[in-house]
Design a protein around this ligand. Structure first.
Ligand code: IMP
Ligand code: MG
Length: 173
């Protein structure tokens, strides 16, 4: 049995930060059309909450499933699309919604892939970033929290597919 993860960011802290990110995005995209691209599976809860914190008239939501190959908790940068977008993003303002940028290799793959679809703009909203493990420089436009080099779970993030349903971000000891 894996012990219950201890709290790094509580449900209330997450809600507060997501509200702030949503308000900022609302302000920045006023009068524009926005396509939220939520990266599955990890961002499903974050994206659901963020979408409701964005108060714009024209928001579309699509999902892109990514699987990053690696040994255990280590990313390899070899990424497979497990579920693709359901509509083209050509000439659209795209916001990638991601749970965490760790080495940055998955995000780099994603940026390269999206660029081939000729969107008008691509920005990144990530709940968490672990700068200590960064292997490629990723500019995150809207960032929830910077964290130290700890493996976190909950609020969509998993360890071997477990813990995604925790309402908080926790650390396994
Ligand atoms: P990358 O190393 O930036 O390519 O991260 C790839 C993916 O690994 C992220 O999108 C997450 O889904 C997952 N990941 C990275 N760090 C953690 C963590 O601390 N907990 C859970 N998943 C993680
Ligand atoms: Mg992810």
């Amino acid at each position: 049995m894996i012990p219950k993860p201890h709290v790094m960011f509580s449900e209330a802290q997450l809600a507060e930060r997501v509200r702030e990110l949503g308000a900022k995005i609302t302000e920045d995209y006023r009068g524009r059309h926005l396509v939220l691209v939520a990266i599955l599976k990890g961002s499903f809860l974050f994206a659901a909450d963020l979408a409701r914190a964005i108060d714009l008239e024209d928001v579309r939501i699509d999902f892109l499933g990514l699987r990053s190959y690696g040994s255990g908790t280590e990313s390899s940068g070899i990424v497979q699309i497990t579920h693709d977008l359901t509509f083209p993003v050509e000439n659209q303002d795209v916001m990638i919604v991601e749970d965490i940028v760790d080495t940055g290799l998955s995000m780099q793959y994603l940026l390269d892939n999206l660029a081939t679809r000729r969107p008008r703009s691509v920005k990144i909203c990530a709940l968490l970033q672990k700068p200590a493990r960064s292997r490629v420089k990723i500019d995150i436009d809207y960032l929830g929290f910077t964290i130290e080099d700890k493996f976190v779970v909950g609020y969509g993030l998993d360890y071997a597919e477990k813990f995604r349903n925790l309402p908080y971000i926790g650390v396994i000891e």
